[in-house]
Each structure stands twice: as structure tokens, then as C-alpha cells.
Design a protein around this ligand. Structure first.
Ligand code: HEC
Length: 116
């Protein structure tokens, strides 16, 4: 009934193909938020305030700092995200330049606008 090479073996391939199609369409804001939680929040905090559970300080800089962020140029920040800066590793293996830019404009800048 379950011969080798049957349905169960092909399923991971189908799932992988679906994932590629999804990436081709470009990540949604939702995906970028998930990516932030996955790749960035351990250093910058879920809300960009570089605080962990119980207010524990995290190693990243505070991104949800409106005054600081307003003075920063998108191109320079995108370069830091892709290439890394000081203690921060680069993410060019995980994010395209377009994704890094949208991470900034659609996730990080709104986070700073919400912060008080
Ligand atoms: C290992 C911890 C760590 C992780 C993970 C991390 N960062 Fe950082 N990040 C830092 C530190 C530390 C700095 C401050 C670098 C400096 O200026 O000394 C920083 C700085 C930044 C800056 C400011 C760069 C600048 O030019 O001043 C941005 C934007 C940023 N991070 C975004 C991100 C994003 C987006 C991610 C996830 C894709 C991320 N970081 C993941 C530690 C981290």
C-alpha cells in the first residue's frame, strides 16, 4: 500500500515548491514581521526597545527611538542590515536588499512611530 517513492516521499518536494512560489511573490509585511521576530528580536527586542522578558537588556541598539531614527538615512541602515555593523552580523544571506529596505520601512520605522 505504501510503496517507496509514493505520496509520502513526494510531499516535502511539493511543500518546497510551494515555498519557492511564495518567495517569488515577495514577502508580505506579515512575513517580514515574522522574520524580524526570528532574526532580529533576540538582540533588538520584539518592540525594538532592546529589552527582553522582564526588561532584561538585550545586546542590540534601541531601534524604536524616534529621534535617532528620524536622523538616519535608509540607505545607510539597509547597508548595516545587509553587511552588519560592529557586534551585529550581516543578513545578506537571509534578506535581499529590497527585503532589508522593506524591513526598515514596514517593520522598524512603524515600530519607532508606535514607541513612546
Ligand atoms: C547579535 C545581535 C543582533 C542581531 C541578531 C541583530 N542586530 Fe541589529 N544591531 C545589533 C547591534 C549591537 C547594533 C549596534 C551596532 C553599532 O552601531 O555598534 C545593531 C544595529 C542595528 C541597526 C542600526 C545600524 C546603524 O547603521 O546604525 C539596525 C537598523 C539594525 N541593527 C537592524 C537589525 C535587523 C533588521 C536585524 C534582523 C534582520 C538585526 N538588526 C539583528 C545587534 C544585532
Amino acid at each position: 500500500m505504501f510503496e517507496r517513492g509514493g505520496w509520502a516521499r513526494r510531499t516535502p518536494l511539493i511543500v518546497a515548491a510551494g515555498f519557492c512560489l511564495h518567495l517569488d511573490a515577495g514577502p508580505s509585511v506579515h512575513d517580514l514581521k515574522a522574520q524580524y521576530r526570528f532574526s532580529c528580536s533576540q538582540c533588538h527586542g520584539l518592540d525594538g526597545k532592546a529589552k527582553g522578558p522582564g526588561g532584561l537588556p538585550l545586546p542590540g541598539r534601541v531601534l524604536a527611538d524616534r529621534a535617532w531614527l528620524a536622523k538616519q538615512d535608509d540607505t545607510a541602515l539597509v547597508a548595516s542590515i545587509l553587511e552588519g555593523k560592529a557586534a551585529m552580523p550581516g543578513f545578506k544571506h537571509k534578506l535581499t536588499p529590497e527585503e532589508a529596505k522593506r524591513m526598515l520601512t514596514d517593520v522598524i520605522r512603524p515600530m519607532a512611530r508606535r514607541a513612546r
